[in-house]
Design a protein around this ligand. Structure first.
Ligand SMILES: O=P(O)(O)OC[C@H]1O[C@](O)(COP(=O)(O)O)[C@@H](O)[C@@H]1O
Ligand SMILES: [Mn+2]
Length: 643
């Protein structure tokens, strides 16, 4: 077996020289400084704000420009340069429109290309040439390499450099080259991106975020509860599907379902028109930049009610067939007194408002009408046949996981369910109890199984995906119950409260963080927990760095809907060879504002950790696999070439 493997390897490295060269190359990489990791979370469909953070590398682009050019450029010029790197196509047009003639433009081209080459050279100093080559725009690799490697001896080579650039300009390629160099810079500044969950829901353009991630050079995702809801819908869970449509209706985002993913909403609309009226509790949340007509609002309000009622009905049989989910208290439709229009929850009776129970049979409240059944079946069929949704969901599965151990850190969207004593909470699944890491592993197993078996829609695996969205022991939800029904129909706010898992206050305690890191076989001295999911209420003085720096919560809320609560527009984290930096982003208005005023949303940086010694690739995950590769290549050398 081993020899067979080495024979295969020998096909790739067919000479002794090639094996040796590769070993030397890999050894050299091990001693380079570790690449920059960029962490973002809770993007919630806010594509524009996300784009900005990605393009400016959470401030790293500007920092590099400042480091390299502060002697030559004014602060204003640095800002303009940075904006050119973020949005090269648009900024080019804007800058060019200010020049009087071609000659002025050409002079500017020469200067800017020179600056960009110097910037790329500076930003790539910790990479091998081969890695840099991969980051260069394909059509200009030769030219850029000429320019890059001649700049070492710049004064002597100036005429040569000038000649090349003049050629580029006269051949009308300057814009393309500048754009290519700008994107190369963006790519060099961040080596790897982690998305710590919640790409979907609330905001308008999750699909564009997905397309960006699919094209990104290096990325992983830790699924959030909202992502899992979409995965569940695609994996055949009707109740997850009802939820995603309900949330899209609530946030006036049904065009994501209908126009972007091509899912036909007509049958649902027909049902909605037949049974529902206007209802203040179900009107879509207004988005500042979007106008809707009264007719549209009325349709969405009706759809919102229709799908919410389907959702509540679909929850009931799952709760009944899965006693281990311990969700009997969520059998809300059965707790309603339909004559008196009130509900009894935990021994207390509350009046119901804004109800829309036209399709509910009080004798069998969870029974779907034939029409409702048909609607949800058709929706599922449509979802399964959406090419684009399929592509996005498969990518989420491929790059995603419930948690990730990466360079000594633990990345999770929500929580590790624990009790008040700080012990891992147990959940029984098919007669076996799971807790901590084992619980998360079995959750992920079910999610993957469900995804691979979409034809099974009522099995444990599919139900488990919904549990991940809403169950008390779900590491993604992390609350005792979801009070959606109460928030629509009961005015008494105390019924709306969703009690959080003790994790959310216990995580302030360093000992608890150590315990969790150990549970995942990570070194508690050096590791950190990187968390998303709960908006950090900066307004109320909450600190995203907790437990003496052992845990960082980076959900500051990209989500516009949540910004009044958080007082900030998002946190991101950077981890380079010098340590970790937390970056707080102010509210992002628009790309236009950045283009015209250079307004950068960035602000404070707080140091989470400072490496005493610059960290090298050797000490990272990537380093670990390079070391394995080296050892295999050494094996090949011995086996094939008797070295
Ligand atoms: O703000 P909305 O749309 O009412 O949603 C509230 C629901 O979202 C949740 O907070 C989950 O979403 P998050 O992961 O963004 O927190 C539920 O706990 C809650 O019931
Ligand atoms: Mn979340």
């Amino acid at each position: 077996m081993k020899n067979k493997f080495l024979d295969l390897l020998a096909q790739r490295y067919e000479s002794e020289e090639k094996v040796v060269t590769e070993i030397i190359n890999l050894e050299a990489i091990l001693d380079l400084p570790k690449g920059t990791e960029h962490f973002v979370s809770d993007l919630h469909g806010e594509y524009q704000a996300f784009q900005h953070v990605l393009r400016n590398g959470s401030g790293k682009v500007k920092e590099k420009i400042r480091d390299r050019f502060s002697n030559e450029l004014s602060e204003e010029e640095i800002t303009e340069f940075a904006t050119l790197v973020y949005y090269p196509e648009e900024k080019l047009q804007l800058i060019k429109s200010h020049f009087a003639n071609k000659k002025e433009i050409n002079e500017w081209y020469i200067k800017k290309i020179e600056h960009l080459i110097q910037l790329v050279s500076y930003a790539s100093s910790k990479y091998t040439r081969s890695k840099l080559r991969k980051a260069l725009p394909k059509q200009f690799v030769y030219i850029i390499e000429e320019l890059l490697y001649k700049t070492d001896d710049y004064t002597n080579k100036k005429p040569y450099y000038k000649k090349i650039v003049e050629q580029v300009i006269s051949l009308d390629q300057a814009d393309e080259l500048i754009i290519g160099l700008a994107y190369t810079t963006q790519r060099l500044v961040v080596d790897h991106l982690h998305v710590v969950g919640d790409i979907y829901d609330r905001g308008p353009e999750p699909d564009k975020i997905m397309d960006t991630l699919i094209n990104y050079h290096s990325v992983d995702v830790q699924w959030g509860n909202h992502d899992v809801l979409w995965l569940g819908a695609f994996a055949g869970s009707k109740v997850c599907l009802a939820n995603i449509i309900r949330i899209c209706a609530r946030y006036d985002n049904l065009d994501i379902i209908e126009d972007v993913y091509g899912i036909n909403l007509r049958p649902l609309l027909n049902l909605a028109e037949k049974y529902y009226e206007d209802n203040p509790a179900f009107r879509p949340k207004r988005q500042s930049n979007k106008k809707i007509s009264d007719q549209e609002q009325s349709q969405i309000t009706k759809i919102h009610q229709a799908i919410a009622m389907i959702q509540f009905k679909l929850e009931s049989p799952i709760i009944k067939r899965r006693p281990n989910f311990n969700m009997e208290k969520r059998l809300v439709l059965e707790k309603v007194n339909y004559e008196k229009n009130e509900i009894t929850l935990r021994g207390e009776t509350y009046p119901l408002v804004n109800t829309c129970f036209a399709t509910v049979n009080p004798e069998q409240p969870d029974q779907l009408l034939e029409e409702e059944q048909q609607v949800i079946d058709k929706l599922l069929f449509s979802v399964r046949h959406s090419e684009k949704l399929g592509r996005h969901m498969r990518f989420l599965m491929k790059k995603g996981s419930l948690y990730l151990k990466y360079n000594g850190n633990l990345l999770i969207h929500g929580c590790i369910p624990i009790d008040e004593q700080g012990n891992m909470e147990e959940m029984k699944i098919e007669n076996k109890s799971y807790a901590g890491r084992e619980l998360l592993d079995i959750f992920e197993h079910y999610l993957r199984y469900s995804f691979d078996h979409p034809e099974e829609t009522d099995d444990l695996a599919t139900d488990m995906v919904w549990y991940l969205w809403t169950g008390e022991h779900s590491s993604l939800f992390g609350k005792r119950e979801m009070t959606t029904f109460e928030r629509y129909f009961i005015t008494d706010k105390k019924t709306h409260k969703e009690v959080k898992n003790p994790y959310y206050y216990m995580r302030e305690n360093e000992e608890i963080c150590h315990k969790i890191l150990k549970e995942f076989e990570l070194d508690p001295m050096h590791g950190h927990i990187i968390n998303g999911h709960t908006p950090v209420k900066e307004i109320e003085g909450e600190n995203p760095i907790k437990a003496n720096g052992k845990i960082v919560v980076i959900d500051g809320g990209f989500s516009k809907a949540y910004q009044p609560t958080t007082g900030i527009a998002g946190y991101t984290l950077l981890y380079n060879s010098y340590g970790m930096q937390l970056v707080a982003h102010k509210h992002f208005n628009s790309k236009q504002e950045v283009l015209h005023n250079g307004n950068d949303v960035l602000s404070v940086k707080r140091l989470v950790d400072k490496e005493l010694k610059r960290k090298k690739v050797r000490e990272t995950n990537v380093g670990e696999s390079l070391l394995q590769e080296i050892s295999m290549l050494k094996g090949l050398l011995k086996y094939r070439y008797m070295k």
